[in-house]
Design a protein around this ligand. Structure first.
Ligand SMILES: CC(=O)N[C@H]1[C@@H](OP(=O)(O)OP(=O)(O)OC[C@H]2O[C@@H](n3ccc(=O)[nH]c3=O)[C@H](O)[C@@H]2O)O[C@H](CO)[C@@H](O)[C@@H]1O
Ligand SMILES: C=C(OP(=O)(O)O)C(=O)O
Length: 434
């Protein structure tokens, strides 16, 4: 059952609540290694990447229980640090990106760590230099085994340090923070990523007894403490799901209410959808998207063609660029979509072109989309999901298209979206898992 069969053209309606955030879950799950006390995480999404990380934590000795759906209690009081140097660890950790963030807490608590080649989306080069160079500043010695693509890290001399990251890497910031909270002395992390999920990690660590200031800025100041205790932490709504649902409503001319979106943490996401002409309104913590027959892409104030591009927070997240691109295919007007961070994330547009979309792929980073203005529907085809967000973009395209589409390799979608077929079918979609 690794494919979706979709009959497109249905208008959807109703309310949908976003799952807890995938990328926050991966950070806060790694943070449980920082204490031997129980940590309760609420609103944890039931998705492949998160479940694989939880399994991996269990494999290394963390006690795990799930008292109610989407709540996980974890206690890292019996860790086997040598498990990290095993083939089993290497194999499982290679299944997702988030495992890279086990290194920071391992260094902090056990003074050694291993980072095998992490998995996750194959969307371009995803180097780890920001992580490793930051650890090095904190006194960590490292060795890179080219043949096995494995970093071995020795944190015997771990200490606080002044770190200026060469780019605001999200997982890099999380990793350095988690090493710093238990390192002796002060650590400053400048040019830190400051997106809501990093802020959430900081708040969680502080509730465990850490001393972090500068939260939500790009200068984090950490005063190391000796030990951390347990806590209860609730994850934010997944902002990428929120954006995916806005895009889905626009493409399928559906009226949808997206509930409990944590509006404050969405940054400019709603405004960027409005730039594409999508009418949405805010009602408390819900976003209401009316059924729209047409939406018109705005221009820049000087009349030039709109560009939608990604940028580290508080800029627009790269994880919604594929969704913006698909939504633009049925808008009125033209937009340049510029995926700056990742060089292999736009190739899925071939499939959209095959479905009838008007797109010129200028180079691996840029595509010009000339919207069809709903004059002509996309047509259903067979396709393969190359990565998590392109997969959902193709799913949205298929739901708007006439006829039947098949999407293979939906494992990619299930990595990050909880029961997406069931949840969308409840709104009127026709998606079968085959
Ligand atoms: C598990 C997890 O949380 N994954 C997210 C995390 O990945 P991850 O933490 O791996 O991504 P990074 O923030 O390290 O960087 C992503 C890519 O962008 C490049 N880069 C980054 C910053 C910058 O100013 N300029 C630049 O070009 C990097 O070289 C890298 O190729 O953050 C990415 C960027 O928001 C998201 O797409 C991923 O979904
Ligand atoms: C790129 C993503 O995930 P990962 O970093 O886990 O591959 C994503 O969530 O869009």
């Amino acid at each position: 059952m690794n494919a979706f069969e979709i009959r497109g053209g249905n208008k959807l309606s109703g309310s949908i609540t976003p799952q807890g955030a995938k990328n926050e879950a991966l950070q806060v799950l790694c943070a449980v290694l920082l204490t031997d006390a129980p940590v309760t995480l609420k609103n944890v999404p039931d998705i492949i990447d998160v479940n694989t990380l939880i399994e991996l934590l269990e494999d290394m000795g963390v006690k795990v229980s799930r008292p109610v759906p989407n709540t996980v209690v974890l206690q890292a009081d019996g860790i086997d640090p040598d498990y990290f140097n095993t083939h089993a660890f290497k194999k499982k950790s290679g299944k997702l990106r988030g495992t890279v963030m086990l290194a920071g807490p391992m260094l902090a608590r056990f003074k050694k760590a291993y980072i095998p080649q992490p998995g996750g989306d194959k969307i371009g080069r995803r180097r780890l230099d920001t992580h490793i160079l930051g650890f090095e500043k904190m006194g960590v010695a490292f060795d890179y085994d080219q043949e096995n693509q494995m970093f071995s890290l020795n944190g015997t001399n771990l200490h606080g340090a002044r770190i200026l990251m060469e780019e605001p890497s999200v997982t890099g910031t999380a990793n350095l923070l988690m090493a710093a909270v238990l390192a002796e002395g002060m650590t400053t992390i400048y040019n830190a990523a400051c997106e809501p999920y990093v802020q959430q990690l900081c708040l969680m660590l502080n509730s465990m007894g850490a001393k972090i200031t500068g939260i939500s800025s790009n200068l984090l100041i950490v005063e190391g403490v000796k030990t951390l205790g347990g806590c209860t932490h609730t994850l934010l709504a997944d902002m990428i799901e929120v954006g995916s649902f806005i895009g889905l409503a626009a493409m399928t001319q559906s009226e949808l209410t997206i509930k409990n979106v944590n509006l404050e943490s969405l940054g400019i996401i709603p405004d960027v959808f409005k730039r594409l002409g999508i009418d949405l309104s805010i009602n408390g913590d819900d976003i209401y998207v009316p059924a729209q027959d047409h939406y018109r892409i705005t221009k820049f104030i000087d009349g030039s063609i709109l560009t939608v591009y990604d940028h580290p927070w508080p800029g627009f997240t790269p994880d919604l660029i594929s969704i913006m691109l698909v939504v633009a295919t049925q808008a009125k007007g033209t937009v340049l979509i510029h995926q700056k961070m990742f060089e292999s994330r736009l190739f899925f547009v071939d499939k959209l072109i095959e479905m009838g979309a008007q797109i010129v792929l200028c180079d691996p980073h840029r595509a010009v989309v000339i919207g069809l203005d709903k004059q002509q529907s996309l047509r259903g085809i067979n396709m393969v999901s190359p990565d998590i967000r392109a997969g959902v973009a193709l799913l949205i395209a298929a739901l708007s298209a006439t006829g039947k589409s098949t999407i293979q390799n939906i494992h990619q979608i299930d990595r990050g979206y909880e029961r997406i077929d069931e949840r969308l079918n409840a709104l009127g979609a026709d998606i079968k898992r085959i």
